[in-house]
Design a protein around this ligand. Structure first.
Ligand code: HEC
Ligand code: HEC
Length: 239
């Protein structure tokens, strides 16, 4: 019976890291062949923000997300705090690679590194699977309409540099490639500059190679375009 679950999971486990982490869950939940554990512990989970590690361990990952992650990322995975990425709509395989990079200190951010350091392999998998179920959240309408000249320039750059080749025509990503359409502009700008300067190493070299030849002002135009982008595919697939 665990074989069947393992088979299902292995479809998405093309990335070596995911393979490593996924196998732990299948072994751990031996009593539940089909239903996901709604509350894996016997005790009712506390709803109060301050919880003991013991109480936390008894919670589902949805509940843990509400306690540990939602204060910064928003209950539905989208919040308008500066430099805080939208998680709603991200594929679980992408999320697990990034949590892994934070935990290992290869991707660095004061806030996220502190959180990721506390996560076990089970946690990486549990949080990424939960985030993978969050439906995409429609961004709030822009304060001012997008500048059509900058949007056209951004679109041309995205085609020229093959962003759509990997992130998809709807910029919705998939598997280990993130959804970027509608992501916050300041965060996109910081990410693209980070890949460009090498301060953000990727899980693979894909992004470093994609942006290494692009001048900073074009990276900013790309961030502007991608943040304002509203594609049907981004809204529909999200993963
Ligand atoms: C104190 C605030 C804070 C908390 C708490 C927090 N995060 Fe984050 N998270 C951030 C910030 C800020 C970033 C952006 C880091 C960067 O720019 O590199 C981030 C980035 C991420 C990313 C990468 C997103 C991407 O698009 O690459 C993931 C995944 C993530 N967080 C998941 C989580 C999970 C899961 C939790 C709860 C266990 C959590 N975060 C708790 C602030 C927080
Ligand atoms: C060869 C495939 C490929 C191409 C081409 C590519 N990307 Fe990516 N992109 C990725 C992958 C894979 C990641 C995940 C990064 C990692 O490996 O950690 C990513 C990550 C990103 C991120 C970080 C998102 C986040 O949530 O932190 C941004 C922003 C981004 N890409 C934008 C772009 C733009 C803009 C272009 C065009 C200039 C582009 N990408 C071209 C594959 C690609």
């Amino acid at each position: 019976m665990t074989r069947r679950a393992a088979g299902l999971l292995s479809c998405t486990a093309a990335v070596a890291l995911a393979l490593m982490v996924v196998s732990l869950q299948v072994g751990g939940q031996q009593k539940a062949p089909a239903a996901p554990p709604a509350g894996s512990g016997p005790r009712p989970a506390a709803k109060a923000p301050a919880v003991t590690p013991y109480e936390l361990a008894a919670m589902s990952y949805a509940q843990r997300f509400a306690v540990l992650c939602a204060p910064c990322h928003g209950a539905n995975g989208r919040i308008e705090t500066p430099l805080t990425p939208v998680l709603a709509g991200q594929p679980s395989l992408y999320v697990i690679t990034q949590l892994f990079l934070f935990r290992e200190g290869r991707r660095s951010n004061e806030a996220m590194t502190a959180v990721a350091r506390t996560l076990t392999d089970d946690d990486l998998r549990g949080f990424s699977e939960f985030i993978g179920t969050l439906p995409p959240v429609t961004p709030p309408p822009p304060a001012t309409p997008p500048d059509p000249i900058r949007m056209a320039r951004g679109q041309a750059l995205a085609e020229q540099h093959r962003c759509v080749f990997c992130h998809g025509a709807g910029l919705g990503g998939g598997q280990q490639v993130p959804c970027i359409g509608g992501q916050h502009e300041d965060y996109l700008q910081a990410s693209l500059r980070g890949f460009h300067s090498g301060s953000r190493p990727g899980y693979t070299q894909a992004m470093t190679e994609a942006v290494s030849q692009i001048p900073p002002e074009d990276l900013d135009t790309l961030a502007y375009y991608v943040a304002q982008f509203r594609g049907p595919a981004a809204a529909l697939t999200g993963k």
